[in-house]
Design a protein around this ligand. Structure first.
Ligand SMILES: Cc1cc2nc3c(=O)[nH]c(=O)nc-3n(C[C@H](O)[C@H](O)[C@H](O)COP(=O)(O)OP(=O)(O)OC[C@H]3O[C@@H](n4cnc5c(N)ncnc54)[C@H](O)[C@@H]3O)c2cc1C
Ligand code: SF4
Ligand code: SF4
Ligand code: SF4
Length: 391
């Protein structure tokens, strides 16, 4: 029966919950709004399946004795419409499209009707489009792994996309229940900063609805329609027809500032992540490539890392226009591919105070002092100038 310090080390991937044959495990929201496993010991038959699939308990198994990294590329989709909606170069979108065109399925994160991030599975282009965009909140995986296993056993092929811990969970489940089907599955993990609590997103929506007088109906945290990729916007569309745009970078929407910039509600496991970097549970890694790249236009570029031969074959067979690149350069510019995030020293204060959603009005008091100076510089148009001057 699975048991360790869940609060610190469980990533909430839901693998244990998916494999328990007697439903002894449920995923329950903790005090901070994160889903954690809860095991009913009276029901447990001690089969050990939960322990076999847990990415935390099996973290050493991800690393191959020999070097795992197989290939690294930069990629920018030729489909500008897709790139406009995707956060970087629409690599995930194009890979999803290829999988669908070859008769397979895509599993990925979508916004549901209540604007909650959830994992679902689909087999048409409408679904691929729903997975577009980074939802900066932890997604609920539900029974997604079980559904993928059913499809694999029925001879289907699946591209599974998610955070590296979710991709690793998917890999572990297949390896423990139908190893011979592993070739039908490609696991793709995004470069992952870390995830914020779903309860914080709910509280922000409540606060914003009251402030604006109308609920948010759609959100794009990386909208490129105004100034392209390098200066994306956090776009909220409201039920009454209004739309607001706030820069994705500081000063931004309070939600982005608190969760993504200052890490006030980051999951504890993200501060010592077991699944980042080069590991063979995640066939392919996709992330942002922030620097300009020749001839790319202004809609964005993705970096792609193939950790396995299987991942390399899938990418090479699906995408054209890949440009070979170096892992070292990605690591230099985008340390999150390996490095875990530091939580804010004010994390627990924030999570306590935000239980009253009106606290969003005062959240700036928990930001580091440099925020105020940056905000002033931006207000007077001096920030970009100073950045250019410093180089
Ligand atoms: C929480 C989070 C943190 C990230 N942090 C970084 C970072 O620090 N550095 C970096 O380079 N890149 C980061 N990314 C990845 C980056 O934002 C893009 O998602 C990635 O480059 C893919 O871009 P694309 O243009 O191919 O996306 P698209 O073609 O639009 O595809 C987006 C993909 O992301 C998946 N996805 C979206 N939201 C979630 C979610 N909440 N949980 C799991 N999967 C999700 C979807 O399933 C889909 O496959 C992060 C993404 C997320 C979701
Ligand atoms: S050991 Fe088996 S029965 Fe017990 S909780 Fe884990 S998966 Fe369920
Ligand atoms: S990391 Fe995943 S498998 Fe391990 S205990 Fe947490 S939810 Fe279960
Ligand atoms: S940082 Fe690690 S533990 Fe946190 S969501 Fe990303 S992959 Fe999972």
């Amino acid at each position: 029966m699975i048991n360790f310090d869940f609060d610190q080390y469980c990533s909430g991937c839901g693998a244990c919950f998916n494999v328990c044959p007697v439903e002894a495990i449920i995923m329950r929201e903790n005090d901070e709004g994160f889903l954690m496993p809860e095991v009913e010991s009276a029901k447990c038959i001690h089969c050990g399946r939960c322990e076999q699939v847990c990415p935390h308990l099996n973290r050493e198994k991800f690393l191959d004795p020999e070097k795992v990294l197989k290939a690294v590329w930069l990629y920018s989709s030729k489909n500008d419409t897709a790139k406009m909606k995707s956060p970087s170069g629409a690599a995930c979108f194009d890979l999803g499209q290829k999988m669908i065109e070859s008769g397979g399925y895509l599993a990925g994160c979508v916004w549901n009707k209540q604007l909650k991030a959830v994992h679902q599975i689909g087999c048409d282009m409408d679904f691929v489009m729903k997975t577009q965009g980074s939802k900066y909140v932890q997604s609920e995986t539900g029974f997604i792994y079980k559904k993928v296993i059913e499809l694999l056993k029925g001879d289907g092929s699946v591209l599974f996309t998610g955070t590296p811990c979710q991709a690793a969970a998917m890999h572990n489940i297949v390896m423990s229940s139908c190893k011979n089907r592993r070739d039908q599955l490609v696991t793709l993990g995004v470069i992952c900063h870390g995830v914020s609590s779903p309860a914080i997103w709910e509280s922000y929506k409540k606060y914003d609805t009251e402030r604006v007088g109308s609920p948010i109906v759609t959100v794009n945290f990386r909208d490129k329609s105004k100034e392209g990729y390098k200066k994306s916007y956090c776009r909220y569309d409201y039920a009454d027809g209004r739309t607001t745009y706030l820069p994705t970078f500081l000063p931004s929407s309070k939600y982005i500032e608190a969760t993504l910039v200052y890490n006030l509600s980051i999951r504890n496991s993200c501060c010592h992540c077991d699944c980042k970097g080069i590991n063979r549970g995640v066939d392919v890694i996709v992330g942002d490539w922030y620097a300009e790249y020749q001839g790319e236009g202004k809609l964005g570029t993705s970096c792609i890392v193939a950790n396995t031969e299987h991942g390399k074959e899938f990418v090479l067979g699906s995408l054209s226009g890949l440009r070979k690149f170096s892992y070292k350069q990605i690591l230099q510019k985008n340390a999150m591919i390996e490095k875990s995030i530091e939580p804010s020293p004010n994390r627990s204060i924030f999570l306590e105070r935000i239980k009253d959603y009106h606290y969003w009005d005062k959240v700036e008091e928990l930001y580091p002092p440099k925020y105020k100076y940056k905000k002033l510089l931006v207000k007077f148009g001096l920030f970009d100038l100073l950045k250019r001057f410093i180089g």
